[in-house]
Each structure stands twice: as C-alpha cells, then as structure tokens.
Design a protein around this ligand. Structure first.
Ligand code: CA
Length: 223
C-alpha cells in the first residue's frame, strides 16, 4: 500500500513516514500544496494524508480538486486546531476522515487501516488464499499451520498480491503500490523480492501460489 503524506512540518512528516514505513507502507512526502496536488494526480496512491494549512494550495483546495477530478483515493485530513468548522469544511471538501494534531500514532494507524480496508471492500482484515493467511492488523502470516516471518517489504508485496488474488499484477502496478518514489524502475528489485517471497511461501509446499505470467507480471492464486 502506497501513501502520500502532504505535510509541511518537517519533523511531523518524517515521524509519520518512519512510522508508516515500519508498518510496511511505501510513503512519499510532499512539503507544500502544489507538489502535493501534483503527486496526488500523478501516482495511484492507496491513501492520502492531507494537512489543511500548507504553503501554496491548502488542503481543502487540494481535496476539492481531487474530488472534482473524480479521484476516489481515501483522504485523511490533518489539522492543528480542534475546530468543528475545520472538520466540517474538510468533510465537505470530500475528505473521508479527520484527525486533530497532535495525535497518538496508534490512532492514526488505526484510521489509515480502516480507510484502506473500506476502499478495498475487504470485510475482514484477514486475507486468505488457499491455506495462506495474512492478518493486516496483527501482521501475522501463516501457511497451513506454519507461521511465516516476513520483512516489511515482503509483507507489503504479499499483501498487495493477496488483495489482487486471481488477477495478474504487473511490475508497474507493484512498483506503484509497494515502493515509494525512491524506487529505481530499471532495477530488478521486484524479481528479487518475489523470489524471497517464493522461498518463504511456496518452496516447502507442493502447491505453489505465486505464479509468473510471462511478459505480464505475477498472479497469486490457488492453482
Ligand atoms: Ca501545516
């Protein structure tokens, strides 16, 4: 899952980025309204965290613009004031949820998870394909009765494949949703990580779940 954080307070932005990265999200930060709006239009983010008070275009303007462009990406609005007016204008502008700064990171995370889940219409945080299970909240992954330890990038990649189970995901889709802006699209990082995942998910099992689709990408499916 890839998240755009539009926040001009450097300390807060890097705190959010670090925290989200630890949880396996790919994160890009935009420090002003104009670059935030540009990024949000260019990249198919899974969620946008949008501060209201920004240099350049403000958060409310950006939110309205994105909704006008029919961009349905979930938006979590941040504001410094616990002000009912701000909250109402944020929701009126098309934001999906709202959080007042300063906030507790655990609550921030919970809201992000809820918004992403709502958008992927996964009713439960537990994704299942055959005997493979991934819990998006506890981050526990099991195959059969065996627990599988994954790094945060491996987890993010598997989560993305499982959310799209049965459908071919291209390398471009993977790079757009699992990696952030620092990703070098000419590298073979994706193949490397798919191979790591195969070793952990498939190698010891007769029944393989991760399949390559020649010239297209990968698909995770039962058979
Ligand atoms: Ca601000």
């Amino acid at each position: 899952m890839r998240i755009l954080v539009v926040e001009d307070e450097k300390k807060l932005a890097s705190f959010i980025k670090r925290g989200l990265k630890e949880k396996g999200y790919a994160v890009d930060v935009a420090a002003d309204g104009d670059s935030g709006l540009f990024q949000a239009r260019e990249v198919p983010y899974d969620l946008i965290v949008l501060d209201i008070m920004l240099p350049g275009k403000d958060g409310l303007y950006i939110c309205r613009q994105l909704r006008k462009l029919k961009l349905g990406t979930p938006i979590l609005m941040l504001t410094a004031r616990d002000d009912v007016e701000d909250k109402i204008s944020g929701l009126d502008a098309g934001a999906d949820d709202y959080l007042t700064k300063p906030f507790v990171f655990a609550e921030f995370l919970a809201r992000i998870r809820a918004l992403i889940r709502r958008n992927t219409d996964a009713a439960s945080p537990v994704l299942k394909v055959a005997d493979l299970q991934l819990n998006q909240i506890t981050r526990k992954v099991t195959r059969g009765d065996r627990e599988i330890e994954l790094t945060s990038t491996e987890f993010a990649l598997l989560e993305y494949l499982m959310l799209n189970a049965g459908q071919v995901v291209t390398r471009t889709m993977i790079s757009e949703h699992v990696w952030n802006d620092d990703f070098d699209s000419f590298s073979n990082v994706i193949n490397v990580y798919v191979n790591y995942l195969r070793k952990k998910i498939d190698a010891d099992f007769d029944h393989k779940l991760i399949h390559s689709v020649r010239g297209a990408g990968y698909v995770l499916k039962e058979s």
